[in-house]
Design a protein around this ligand. Structure first.
Ligand code: PLP
Length: 251
């Protein structure tokens, strides 16, 4: 039986990021998906035009429709409002869901606002502790922790702050740092830490939806019972290949 992943997040009309990018990754890797759309956004590679938050009652109905389903893992992306966070929290608790990865996206690359401040606060207070892994990039780590660091050597301080907020494990993505190599820092509450380092692909940061795709690839491997560190390694390798593939298509 294929692993089944529940995707919770927003649509991106250009399909560069968001829940359609997640679907693409899970399908390519060989998994099945369920989807719960939290917001509809109109955007392209250059600009963010508009977003429309799906009412919490409709998010709840979508989640209710999965009651009979086997859910091996959950990927959470855009949560536009605090109410949307609340219904997701209730659903996770009610069904004691496991293997939950949250990619805490608040802004698109084109600076579109994806989550309200109250939604971000609800994620910090109620959702992080229920997740197996949170995957912030540098600016999301700064926003969520309130700490203002910009060097890879400081990433453990972000991780400790995430643990104080209730996180169980964190992958802080260093792709936007000014280093020659890309370095992602993984740490768990019980004291393990690993750095995933790989060669920077020139032009790679211009590709949209890389955060969504990395989290989706990790979730897919968790859904098929791969343990966390190996799932992340597989996810990081998947993303490197994806970026290289995409650059060949563009150039
Ligand atoms: N739009 C939606 C709906 C998303 O879910 C995300 C990321 O998860 C983004 C935009 C951000 O993607 P990017 O930073 O590649 O624009």
């Amino acid at each position: 039986m294929k692993p089944q992943v529940l995707l919770i997040g927003g649509t991106d009309s250009s399909c560069g990021a968001g829940i359609t990018a997640d679907f693409e990754v899970i399908s390519e890797l060989g998994g099945d998906c369920l989807s719960c759309v939290t917001s509809v956004t109109a955007q392209n590679n250059h600009s963010f035009l508009k977003s429309h938050a799906i009412p919490a009652s409709m998010i709840e109905e979508q989640l209710n429709s999965f009651q009979e389903q086997k859910i091996d893992a959950v990927k959470i992306g855009m949560l536009p409002t605090s109410e949307s966070v609340e219904v997701v929290v209730e659903f996770i608790q009610k069904f004691s869901l496991q293997n939950i990865v949250i990619d805490p996206v608040f802004r698109s690359s084109s600076e579109g606002v994806l989550s309200s401040e109250s939604a971000i606060e609800a994620v910090q207070k109620k959702l992080l502790r229920l997740c197996s892994l949170v995957t912030p990039n540098l600016s999301e780590a700064i926003h969520l922790t309130g700490l203002n660091y910009c060097h890879f050597d400081d990433f453990p301080k972000f991780a400790n702050q995430f643990f104080l907020m209730g996180s169980n494990a964190v992958l802080i993505k260093g792709g936007h740092l000014d280093d020659q190599n890309c370095k992602d820092f993984f740490a768990t509450l019980d004291g393990n830490s690993v750095t995933f380092e790989h060669k920077r692909v020139r032009g790679g940061t211009a590709i949209r939806g890389t955060g969504c795709r990395l989290a989706s690839a990790i979730v897919y491997h968790l859904a098929r019972s791969v343990e966390m560190e190996s799932a992340i390694e597989l996810g990081v390798n998947f993303l490197q290949e994806y970026i290289q593939r995409k650059l060949v298509q563009v150039n």
